[in-house]
Design a protein around this ligand. Structure first.
Ligand code: FES
Ligand SMILES: [Fe+2]
Length: 411
């Protein structure tokens, strides 16, 4: 992010903290709970946003070197994403052209070639069929026509995108719109993959998304965890077409505001969280990124799968100057100070704090909301003036499905 924008956001947050104000959607809206329980709607969403829509599958660091691969089974078809010997990113249907077995079985790894476990056909990581075992027995085949089926795939701004349809349109700049220049400044291609955690929870995928969209719950639900690190009830909010950005105020801001502005770094004083339509949350934290991809369970409207990938971001400046202060704030051992007084960031502890908070606090509360919706006894939920990201998220998908925007609540 450009430094001038970082300063602007940090100043906005300082003012919000001082004035006890937050972002304001200007009205309260009503969200019918059928949004979380309707099987017909879930089917429409699956077809529109997952089976036939471009998907962001991670940052470039998922495939760090030529030969890296990952397998994906999140939106209906088994996929194999690779980085070939020339560094080019590909996405294939993970299905052997003989009789359809998965050519790659592991979640991730590094391989120049994939040998099908069924009868041993071999493919290069650029999809080319290299070998048919025992061809004298099998019979003649035209190998050039039996490469892995390749899908549209684009790597741009350090983000990996795929389209689940062979003839699907994949225009990353159209998807990101006005947000693209800002995302480019983060140089996400330099983020280093650190691990992944999967949460399979009884919450509709939109309830899962909702938990990322507001800070109204911080000082209550997260009072013993994140509220130690972040100011509750304070956020800046900006829309970029169907995407948006929320910035949360770190308590370290209280120290940082007395330092010279040229030393300010937005990741020291704030958490910057982007929502990318339809189902991705990119949370830029101090020294790491947590990227959450949230998928419906296509068989169960009240169930979803969240994949959270963690990345280290050593290329993004962090100017934490008061180590005592930061250690005091991080009751979770997020930082360790070594014998030379250098601050060492503890990625495992930070990822663990993020995931356990999401699972045991945010999503746990989401399961309560889901149960209320399932009961059929609660007609609607409310999204407050201080929850504009929820208005935006729901109105986006509603517009895409031809539904009217959420109605204003009239007390
Ligand atoms: S299915 Fe792959 S070699 Fe037969
Ligand atoms: Fe939360």
């Amino acid at each position: 992010m450009q430094h001038a924008m970082q300063i602007q956001i940090l100043k906005d947050l300082i003012r919000s903290v001082d004035e006890k104000q937050t972002c304001d959607a200007g009205r309260v809206v009503v969200n019918p709970v059928a949004s979380y329980t309707s099987e017909a709607l879930a089917k429409q969403e699956w077809d529109t946003f997952f089976a036939n829509h471009p998907q962001m599958i991670g940052l470039s660091g998922e495939l760090p070197t030529p030969g890296s691969y990952i397998t994906i089974n999140d939106f209906g078809i088994p996929l194999l994403a690779t980085r070939d010997a020339d560094g080019k990113f590909h996405v294939f249907v993970n299905a052997c052209r003989h009789r359809g077995a998965h050519v790659a079985a592991e979640a991730r790894g590094e391989q120049a070639r994939f040998t099908c476990p069924f009868h041993g056909w071999t493919y290069r990581n650029d999809g080319k069929l290299m070998g048919v075992r025992a061809p004298e027995q099998f019979g003649a085949v035209d190998k050039a026509c039996l490469n892995l089926v390749e899908l549209p795939a684009v790597e741009k701004y350090g983000l990996l995108f795929a389209h689940p349809k062979i003839d699907g349109t994949l225009d990353v700049d159209a998807l990101l719109g006005d947000l693209a220049p800002e995302l480019e400044t983060w140089q996400f291609d330099k983020a280093i993959y650190h691990g992944e955690t999967v949460l399979d929870m009884p919450v509709n995928w939109k309830i899962a998304n909702d938990t990322f969209g507001e800070v109204y719950h911080f000082s209550t639900l997260h009072k013993d965890t994140l509220a130690n690190l972040l100011h509750g009830d304070v956020a800046t909010y900006k829309e970029f077409g169907r995407n948006h950005r929320i910035c949360l105020a770190s308590k370290y801001l209280d120290t940082m505001r007395h330092q010279p502005e040229e030393n300010w770094s937005v990741t020291d004083g704030a958490v910057v969280a982007y929502y990318l339509f339809p189902n991705v949350q990119v949370v830029v934290l101090n020294r790491m990124i947590a990227l959450a991809r949230i998928y419906p369970d296509p068989k169960k409207v009240g169930q979803s799968i969240t994949r959270v990938s963690h990345y280290a971001i050593p290329h993004i400046a962090a100017h934490v100057v008061d180590s005592g202060e930061i250690q005091k704030l991080s009751g979770e051992n997020l930082y360790q100070i070594d014998t030379t007084s250098r601050i060492e960031f503890n990625y495992e502890a930070s990822a663990e704090l993020f995931i356990s908070t999401v699972e045991h606090e945010d999503y746990y509360m989401g399961t309560r909301s889901q149960a209320a919706a399932n009961s059929g006894l609660v007609e609607h939920f409310l999204f407050g003036r201080n929850e504009p990201a929820l208005h935006h998220f729901h109105n986006n998908y509603r517009a895409a499905l031809g539904q009217p925007p959420l109605a204003e609540y009239r007390p």
